[in-house]
Design a protein around this ligand. Structure first.
Ligand SMILES: Cc1cc2nc3c(=O)[nH]c(=O)nc-3n(C[C@H](O)[C@H](O)[C@H](O)COP(=O)(O)OP(=O)(O)OC[C@H]3O[C@@H](n4cnc5c(N)ncnc54)[C@H](O)[C@@H]3O)c2cc1C
Length: 414
């Protein structure tokens, strides 16, 4: 969506009324959020001001959640009671955690996870503070957050004050990733005192007074255990927000909008969807930012085409000149580890190395620099090589040092 927002001035200058609907003023860049929780980035380093972008583009910003889409009447309703007619609509609402309990902090929408940051800061600011944190879901998001939080406590000499448990229903954390990478991440976590409870399902999470929670878990092989953490992070994947299914537009079994490769919905050619909330019919893509980011310029182009030649109901939808999405053959992923190394993976390949962390920082900062120019200035090649500081000056800590040789590996899993 961001490339479209950045392009909006051209549309509004041509007389198009553009409205951005989002309940959040700030868009947090998920690729940097785990390191924000790990104390590497301050909040202003990782967020984009949607209100400011809207103002600069001449866009009307409605700060409210969309609650309903009527594709035939061409109206979006919002939680503040507003109704917003449209000729062309782009939906990019992401995913939500399924069944997130009241007593847990969710990871999706990504703004939710920010609630963990002040909790960590409060504990670390108090020399007698301790934290018992349960992370439900050992996928990429849960594991990367756990790695960064444990790394932060250990780095601050407070490893003993953190009791972190990852609960994962699969036999290992990072299901679907190469075996060696799973073992590597698990070893880092265990070395920092974390508990990894695999083959375990969470049955319920309830408030347990004094802000804590009561987590009932069941083991695959029988038996159960009750945990009483101070905080529960709910990192269990994503489903589509209910407004997508309720719109009557075609959705997949998880409630994400079906679109064709041009990102158009199947029945309404002037309604587009992109990012996590869209499932491209003949492609089986993971819900990862790599794909969402690649779809951004394509969405802008295709919206542009749809706006040309009029937008009224009588205007025929453009049949040609829309571009089709071509995904990466395999989506590469870089995970920070709360140590001076990152994990990279693509398909069956994986690697862990300090240079990969540099690469991740460089990619992340270059990306967000375009949308939050106040946070990051120059991020050039010299930055990548470490010859100049690429910092907003507000970073809290930065992992340093060299890793033992065994941690600088490039491997292929069997
Ligand atoms: C902790 C974490 C780390 C991650 N790290 C990576 C990574 O390193 N690499 C990677 O490729 N992927 C990563 N991901 C996945 C990545 O976050 C998503 O794939 C990506 O954000 C999808 O982008 P999107 O624009 O579709 O949705 P989102 O980024 O979720 O944006 C959705 C927007 O819609 C708004 N919204 C939601 N509901 C409504 C509504 N009803 N009305 C109006 N607006 C609404 C939200 O406020 C938000 O601004 C990570 C995910 C998490 C949770």
């Amino acid at each position: 969506m961001l490339p479209s927002l950045a392009h909006a001035r051209e549309w509004t200058a041509a007389g198009v009324d553009v409205t951005l609907i989002d309940p959040q003023r700030w868009l947090y860049y998920s690729g940097m959020v785990p390191e924000h929780l790990g104390g590497v980035y301050a909040v202003n380093d990782i967020r984009i001001d949607l209100r400011q972008w809207a103002r600069e583009g001449g866009v009307t910003f409605v700060q409210a959640a969309a609650t309903a889409i009527d594709p035939d009447e061409r109206v979006v309703s919002t939680a503040d009671g507003g109704t917003h007619p449209f000729d062309v609509l782009a939906v990019d609402v992401g995913g939500i955690n399924p069944a997130v309990p009241r007593a847990a902090v969710g990871t999706k929408p990504i703004s939710r996870i920010r609630a963990l940051a002040p909790i960590l800061e409060r504990v670390l600011d108090d020399p007698t503070g301790t934290l018992d944190l349960a992370v439900v879901g050992g996928g990429a998001a849960g594991t990367e957050v756990a790695l960064n939080v444990t790394g932060r406590f250990v780095g601050a000499g407070r490893g003993a004050d953190l009791d972190l448990t990852i609960i994962e229903q699969d036999a290992q954390i990072l299901p679907g990733f190469p075996d060696g990478m799973k073992r590597h991440a698990a070893r880092l976590l265990r070395e920092r005192g974390a508990t990894i409870q695999t083959g375990t399902t969470v049955d319920s999470v309830d408030s347990a007074g004094e802000g804590g929670a009561r987590v009932e878990t069941a083991f695959d092989h029988g038996g159960s255990v009750t945990l009483r953490p101070d905080v529960v992070l709910w990192a269990t994947g994503a489903v589509g927000p209910s407004l997508l299914r309720e719109s009557g537009l075609s959705t997949d079994e998880r409630g994400f909008l079906h679109v064709d490769r041009t990102l158009r919905t199947l029945t309404h050619p002037r309604i587009f969807a992109a990012g996590d909330c869209a499932t491209i019919l003949d492609l089986d893509l993971d819900k990862v930012g790599v794909h969402a980011v690649k779809q951004g310029p394509l969405l802008r182009h295709n919206l542009n085409r749809s706006l040309q030649g009029g937008t009224g109901p009588a205007t025929p939808a453009p049949k040609t000149a829309l571009r089709s999405f071509r995904p990466y053959p395999v989506a590469p992923l870089l995970l920070s580890t709360g140590a001076p190394q990152a994990l990279w993976t693509a398909g069956p390949l994986w690697a862990a190395h300090p240079w990969l962390l540099r690469l991740k920082h460089w990619i992340d900062r270059r990306w967000i620099r375009d949308y939050a120019p106040g946070a990051w200035g120059q991020v050039g090649w010299r930055t990548f090589l470490g010859a100049e500081a690429a910092s907003s000056g507000s970073a809290v800590t930065r992992p340093r040092g060299r890793l033992p040789k065994k941690d600088r590996d490039v491997r292929r899993s069997p």
